[in-house]
Ligand binder design. Structure first.
Ligand SMILES: *[C@@H]1O[C@H](CO)[C@@H](O)[C@H](O)[C@H]1NC(C)=O
Ligand SMILES: *[C@@H]1O[C@H](CO)[C@@H](O)[C@H](O)[C@H]1NC(C)=O
Ligand SMILES: *[C@@H]1O[C@H](CO)[C@@H](O)[C@H](O)[C@H]1NC(C)=O
Length: 429
């Protein structure tokens, strides 16, 4: 989108007014951090595009009845807030459901913008509201600096009809994309905090090409059988922190993909779902670059994977400097897994020489239970073995004492520190 052109002529009285309103803004910012209806009332008297303030959807024609499309009202409120020279708040008032078809909220904005979701943003249940040209997005933020999304309300993807039509659920259906509930593209200094995101059509939240991101206090939920409903997806982004989140979905809790650098995840609780995955990387012989990932104090309950790195044969590039530590796994299927021979294509993947190099990976202080024997599995590439793998203080047992857990390895250069149970790399496959 072309940068917006807003020409403001400042007069002395206007400048004085702006100065005054900035003092009021400080109070407003505090008021919008948790919901009261007073903020809406105050916003009404204060807000004007040239001053900053609160831009409530209701003032831009939203009905909030959960039936009529309020996307245009949101887009208009956004435009006004985005044109404000002072930090502005777009308010989704509490206690109401605002139905939205596809909506795109773009920058650059004149100043920081907060989308305070007190009520619920709910997606249209009608799949026909998405054109075949773009079925991949619902709410999209693009090119915004200093964006905050908060408010304690909910974003509901209303995904049940999409799930029913997924080829994963109904084999008669063609495999087609479904929308990501919240997409952030090319955002810098982004905060998303204190929100419920639920029942997404597909991925719940996607961070793409963003820098300096904080995701905090999010609750992300969808049925454990819902298809492809990843919790948080991150790609081509750096300096990202994810803390204090609860993620229960039908697919990856977090999927960390190509171009992610300096990501810190802590205090995240996952499950049901597929656990935390770095990858898949290197598909269709592509290059991948992932580095500086710390997954700390994460708990996984009943997930198919725990700490996983997966790459296809034939790729290039690297996944390095990765630490999974202080994890609790409960009833997890594959607690610790590096798979450089990953394949989920319809046809078996053919053997290839090159691989994404996997190195300097630490699995440390990890305990809990597994429901399959394979507690630790390092399945690495013959030509590009994974190296610098540390297994430190690990205690993984079969659930309900159901025999002994095992560890299998192939082409892995690893070392053990402290006590590691099961004994690493003892099983022959
Ligand atoms: C707003 O949040 C503060 C601090 O979290 C809390 O003490 C206060 O009770 C909250 N107010 C409302 C109206 O929820
Ligand atoms: C992954 O990122 C690298 C580095 O930015 C880039 O060269 C490569 O094309 C990307 N791979 C894919 C599949 O997009
Ligand atoms: C590694 O993966 C390959 C390909 O999926 C498989 O054939 C092999 O048995 C695996 N090795 C181990 C040790 O699990």
């Amino acid at each position: 989108m072309a940068p917006r052109k807003v020409h403001l002529v400042f007069s002395a009285p206007l400048l004085a007014l702006l100065f005054l309103s900035s003092a009021l803004m400080a109070g407003l910012a505090a008021a919008t951090s948790n919901g009261t209806s007073a903020d809406d009332a105050r916003g009404r008297s204060l807000a004007s595009p040239s001053q900053g303030g609160v831009f409530s959807l209701d003032r831009y024609g939203a009905r909030g009845d959960g039936r009529h499309d309020d996307a245009e009202a949101l887009a208009k409120a956004w435009e006004a807030a985005c044109a404000s020279p002072r930090p502005a708040v777009v308010l989704v008032p509490g206690g109401k459901r605002y139905l939205l078809k596809v909506v795109r909220l773009s920058g650059p904005c004149k100043s920081g913008v907060t989308l305070a979701v007190k009520g619920t943003l709910v997606a249209s249940p009608n799949r026909a509201d998405w054109s075949d040209k773009d079925r991949r997005h619902w709410i999209v933020f693009r090119g915004v600096d200093e964006l905050t999304v908060n408010g304690g309300g909910a974003v509901d993807g209303n995904g049940e009809t999409w799930w029913k039509h997924s080829c994963k659920i109904n084999k008669a259906m063609p495999c087609k994309e479904a929308p990501t509930a919240l997409s952030f593209h090319f955002c810098t200094n982004l905060k998303v905090e204190g929100l419920k995101v639920m029942n997404s059509q597909q991925i719940h939240m996607s961070i793409e090409d963003c820098t300096n991101v904080q995701l905090r206090g999010l609750s992300i939920t969808a049925s454990g059988t819902s298809p492809n409903t990843d919790g948080i997806h991150i790609t081509r982004s750096k300096d990202v922190q994810v803390t204090n989140c609860k993620i229960r979905t039908g697919d990856d809790c977090m999927s960390i993909e190509n171009g992610t650098h300096n990501l810190h995840v802590s205090k995240v609780v996952c499950g049901p779902g597929h656990g935390i995955s770095i990858g898949s990387l290197g598909d269709d012989n592509s290059r991948a670059e992932v580095s500086g990932i710390t997954i700390d104090a994460v708990q996984l309950y009943g997930t198919t994977n725990g700490a996983r790195i997966k790459t296809y044969q034939g790729g290039s590039g690297y996944a390095k400097d990765i630490t999974f530590q202080n994890m609790i796994m409960d009833n997890v299927k594959n607690p610790i897994i590096i798979d450089q021979n990953y394949c989920d294509k319809a046809k078996p993947c053919k053997a290839q020489e090159s691989a994404v190099e996997v190195s300097n990976v630490v699995f440390k202080n990890i305990r809990g239970t597994t429901i399959t024997k394979d507690a630790i599995k390092l399945n690495c590439s013959r030509n590009v073995p994974c190296h610098g793998i540390t297994l430190q203080n690990i205690d993984l047992k079969m659930e309900a004492g159901d025999g002994a857990a095992e560890s299998t390895c192939q082409n892995a250069k690893w070392r053990k520190v402290g006590t590691v149970l099961p004994q690493p790399c003892t099983s022959k496959n």
